[in-house]
Design a binder for this molecule. Structure first.
Ligand SMILES: Nc1nc2c(ncn2[C@@H]2O[C@H](COP(=O)(O)OP(=O)(O)OP(=O)(O)O)[C@@H](O)[C@H]2O)c(=O)[nH]1
Ligand SMILES: [Mg+2]
Length: 468
């Protein structure tokens, strides 16, 4: 039956040979450089037959690996009767074509397999739009069929692998579809932004981290959410938000997010912006790390790179070393602690360290409130009402009433800055504000000013939250 390769049933698991090219600036697990791509291949449902490594100073422009290695790979493919070759690196369109011609089997790369996993896992409307957009953007310059392992979706959004005919027959159609998807995503994104922004009165915390670090397990441990967890890559593709009730009183909103991976395809990062909206507007990020992995440090770096790409690097972040119950190598834990002084060590599985995590999050939330000085028009009811609701106002000053402006000193969650700057409010962040509770005489002074404000020509009546 082996000759019937091209007519084999679609649900037969495809058999793959892995190829990794180790470049001088690449990041690999020195003990097993193919470790991660093997995990990705297995997650995508492939049967891994063998692996081939090559050290190169630079890539071969025509075939990525050198011609001698191509011959060696061809022998491997034939000996194992492989259906495809999976590169851990990202191949250019011409390199893929040349390799396929010489090897006589499909050649796919790291991005393609990640896109395929995402397509298999995407469940919500939004995630499917995002994956389809990423797939089309990847396929467009290649003008070839995308590799798909199994065709589970029939039509509609989230189609796994845009069809060959569609791509080749009418490039314009693809461009049009990309445009449609972007428009649909813009609508989703705008809705999401409004939804997330509307929650500002409750502080929000987002879990981010490398795939399989234990984010969803932690989410479940803290909120009893019951989200899906699994020992596989990219178990979570959709954001879930739940209330996390602190044992010490009060609560925050906790969001679980999609996991990151080194060299996350660019198109995916871009298209997952809506899914990561929660993280963008979070007061604190919990960067969850699998401390039991030999790759912990490299994974931290990869996550930091993605956070940077998503303009999330300046959101206050706590590094959470998870799976501490599984750490065998105490030395590597000590190294992590030394490199990252501010870490919380936990085990989401056993519950160890969760009280400390709660305390650290509380402290971080306190730290992340900002003291700002705001100048706004006294008639700007929208801004003033917003501040009354979200900020702790230390003082308001109408002394310069000629121009009907008010000067406020207040303490507010960092994420309120977005709304305020959208409203064109003139503000600057100051550390000069005295954070001690207001004295009686200060309160009295403020009430006097309130009287003044009530008599202002616009008849504004303001809500005061200055009482400590
Ligand atoms: N021993 C141990 N295993 C854990 C711990 N936390 C999570 N795991 C396991 O690690 C695997 C991955 O956990 P998930 O919570 O799905 O990881 P994730 O970060 O959400 O992964 P993605 O959604 O794929 O990005 C599962 O098999 C969990 O049971 C822990 O503290 N200790
Ligand atoms: Mg998860």
């Amino acid at each position: 039956m082996a000759e019937l390769k091209s007519t084999q049933p679609r649900n037969r698991r495809e058999r793959a040979i892995l190829v990794g090219v180790l470049l001088p600036d690449g990041q690999y697990n020195p003990d097993d450089p193919l470790d991660e791509i093997r995990g990705l291949a297995e997650t995508a449902g492939l049967v891994v037959l063998a692996g081939l490594l090559q050290n190169r100073r630079e890539v071969d422009p025509a075939t990525y690996i050198g011609s001698g290695k191509v011959a060696e790979l061809k022998e491997l493919v034939e000996a194992h009767e492989a259906d495809l070759v999976l590169f851990d690196n990202d191949l250019g369109p011409a390199q893929t074509r040349n390799l396929e011609q010489q090897l006589k089997v499909k050649v796919i790369d790291r991005t393609e397999v990640i896109l395929d996993i995402f397509a298999t896992r995407a469940r919500t409307y939004e995630a499917r739009l995002q994956v389809e957009l990423a797939q089309l953007e990847y396929a467009m310059p290649r003008l070839k069929r995308m590799w798909t392992h199994l065709s589970r979706y029939k039509g509609g959004v989230g189609v796994r692998g845009p069809g060959e005919k569609q791509l080749e027959e009418d490039r314009r159609l693809v461009a049009k579809r990309i445009q449609d998807l972007k428009a649909k995503l813009a609508v989703v994104q705008a809705r999401k932004e409004r939804e997330v922004a509307a929650r500002t009165e409750v502080p929000t915390v987002s879990l981010v981290g490398y795939t399989n670090a234990g984010k969803s397990t932690l989410m479940n441990a803290l909120t009893g959410a019951g989200v899906y967890t699994a020992d596989q890559l990219f178990a979570t593709l959709d954001t879930r938000t739940r209330q996390w009730h602190f044992k010490g009183g009060g609560h925050v909103l906790l969001s679980d997010t999609v996991g990151f991976i080194r060299n996350l395809p660019h198109s995916l990062v871009a298209s997952f912006k809506a899914t990561l909206e929660e993280a963008r507007q979070a007061d604190v990020l919990l960067h969850v790390v699998d401390a039991s992995s030999h790759e912990a440090e490299r994974q931290i770096e990869a996550v930091e790179a993605v956070l940077h790409e998503l303009a999330l690097s300046d959101v206050p972040t706590l590094l959470v070393l998870n799976k501490c119950d599984r750490v065998r190598d105490q030395d590597s834990l000590a190294i992590l602690r030394a490199r990252h002084p501010e870490v919380v060590e936990i085990s989401a599985a056993t519950g160890t360290g969760l009280a400390e995590l709660e305390a650290a999050v509380r402290a971080k939330l306190n730290e992340t409130a900002l003291d700002v000085e705001i100048h706004t028009h006294a008639g700007d009811g929208k801004v003033l009402a917003y501040l009354a609701q979200h900020a702790h106002i230390h003082s308001q000053d109408y002394s310069n009433t000629d121009d009907l402006h008010v000067r406020l000193l207040c303490r507010l969650p960092r994420k309120c800055l977005g709304f305020l700057s959208e409203q064109g409010v003139n503000l600057h962040i100051t550390t000069l504000v005295d954070q001690t509770p207001m004295r009686e005489d200060q309160k009295e002074m403020i009430s006097k000013r309130r009287d003044l404000s009530n008599s202002n020509p616009l008849g504004l009546s303001l809500t005061w939250t200055a009482t400590a």
